[in-house]
Ligand binder design. Structure first.
Ligand SMILES: [Ca+2]
Ligand SMILES: [Ca+2]
Length: 203
């Protein structure tokens, strides 16, 4: 357990890489982690942490995953809680290259996802229900293009998610990059359709 604590400190200090350290932790916790999973991104909210594993090979090679850890109330150790792995990512999507968490909401980027165009990218949102973290929605840019790498950076706070696409041909020209803001939309009587709506784009 000490290893994961070390990861948080290193992350805060900007020290890296910590790939090997996390792979060892994965063995300790028996979460099916292995060398090559590339646990290189971590975020925390309260007693819950999310760790990205862009090199995870389940269900597809380098499709990526993210691991949820919860701090135990007793000794305060971080215990593996759930693996998040989008079922529809394709090879080399690298989901988990970027992750973020805020309260009951979490998000992970899949920057090399080919959902709309090759390497246009996508992001997946999760909302804790009880003790589980079911996938809520797949976010894509309204004007996605090949090679945008939408999902390279992600942030979430309350009802707002922001996703970066550093290679989108934005206002400043080729590969100038753009940020997309999504706001949660909950119909008052039902929650069908998209939970998030893209509201604005910067750049
Ligand atoms: Ca791809
Ligand atoms: Ca571009």
């Amino acid at each position: 357990m000490q290893t994961l604590r070390t990861l948080f400190v290193c992350s805060l200090l900007g020290i890296g890489p910590v790939t090997v350290t996390l792979a060892e932790e994965a063995k300790i916790l028996d979460i099916n982690g292995k060398l090559g999973d590339a646990f290189d991104y971590v975020a925390i909210s309260g007693d819950t942490a999310i760790v990205g594993a862009k090199g995870n090979d389940d269900p597809v090679p380098n499709g990526g995953a993210a691991q949820i850890f919860v701090r135990s109330k007793g000794e305060g150790d971080w215990v593996h809680h759930q693996k998040l792995a989008p079922p529809d990512v394709n090879n080399e999507s690298q989901f988990g290259k970027a992750v973020a968490i805020s309260g009951k909401f979490a998000i992970g980027g899949a920057l090399e996802d080919d959902f709309k165009f090759q390497n246009a990218g996508s992001a997946y949102t999760y909302e804790r229900t009880g003790k589980n973290w079911p996938q809520r929605e797949k976010l894509i840019a309204s004007d996605a293009a090949a090679g945008d790498e939408f999902g390279t950076s992600v942030a979430i706070s309350g009802d707002t998610a922001i996703v970066g696409a550093p290679r989108h041909d934005g206002n400043k020209g080729k590969d100038s990059g753009s940020l997309y803001s999504f706001h949660e939309h909950r119909p008052p009587l039902e929650r069908t359709g998209n939970l998030y709506r893209q509201r604005c784009k910067c750049g």
